[in-house]
Design a binder for this molecule. Structure first.
Ligand code: PEP
Length: 245
């Protein structure tokens, strides 16, 4: 869209070490120019300080991959939104399909996390997407609507401060990307719900095996505002070419 700024976010998942991160982060800091697509990386918690140090003063922003719905307290192993803003995070993924499937996060918990992220001053990137079985049963739009319902129920002022990501589960980490038309169909439905709510300006990213070769045709679709990139975000050159697409 001409009114929504293009955004490309990397999701490192559980990859990295201080030595490799240093190389990758400095390549991004040097390779991303101001004024174009907005670029950020969502790194594992232990590397937030490293990302902050390496990216401060660059145009690349950073964030985390999950956040607690709780503010603080006896929640061993959890990380609060305030802790993320303490490291100057801009973004936090919530409801990534790996959190939903491997950690049984519910739609309601995802909405609670999005709310906690906003309260801490972060931009939650709320991920939704159907499984292959759900797509084959023609349930895609119903699943997306169900996943989004408690998020949209937070209301237009809250939702307007979020980013959404459509990530079909069958396309994540599989090398099998949705076609631009398949993705656009879902993005158009999401856009319609956002407009009905009065939050039509929210950016909706596509995620699922985005590569430099597939990025341009996906990002050319009218309701796709950029990408959430897993595997390809670990390779500086590939990620930079996606951001330039
Ligand atoms: C993701 O983890 O959000 C993702 C889209 O992964 P990949 O690009 O590796 O499919």
């Amino acid at each position: 869209s001409i009114t929504r700024q293009r955004l490309v976010l990397g999701n490192w998942k559980m990859h990295g070490n201080q030595a490799d991160n240093a190389t990758l982060l400095s390549a991004l800091a040097q390779g991303v120019q101001a004024g174009g697509t907005e670029v950020g990386v969502c790194v594992p918690f232990p590397y937030l300080a490293q990302a902050q140090q390496a990216l401060s003063g660059s145009t690349v922003s950073w964030g985390a991959q999950d956040v607690s719905a709780q503010e603080q307290g006896a929640f061993t192993g959890e990380v609060s939104g305030a802790m993320l803003t303490d490291f100057a995070c801009r973004w936090v993924l919530v409801g990534h399909s790996e959190r939903r499937s491997l950690h049984a996060e519910t739609d309601a918990q995802v909405a609670d996390k999005a709310k906690a992220a906003l309260a801490a001053g972060l931009t939650p990137v709320v991920c939704v997407g159907e499984t292959l079985a759900e797509r084959e049963a023609d349930d895609t739009l119903a699943v997306i609507a169900r996943q989004l319902a408690p998020v949209l129920a937070l209301g237009a002022p809250a939702v307007s401060r979020m980013v959404l990501a459509y990530e079909p589960v069958w396309a994540i980490g599989t090398g099998r990307t949705a076609s631009p038309e398949q993705a656009q169909d879902v993005h158009a439905a999401i856009r319609q719900s956002l407009e009905q709510l009065g939050a039509g300006g929210v950016r909706v990213l596509y995620g699922g095996s985005v590569k430099a070769a597939s990025a341009a045709s996906l990002f050319a679709m009218p309701d796709i505002d950029g990408g959430l990139v897993g595997g390809a975000s670990l390779v500086a050159d590939e990620f930079l070419r996606i951001a330039a697409a």
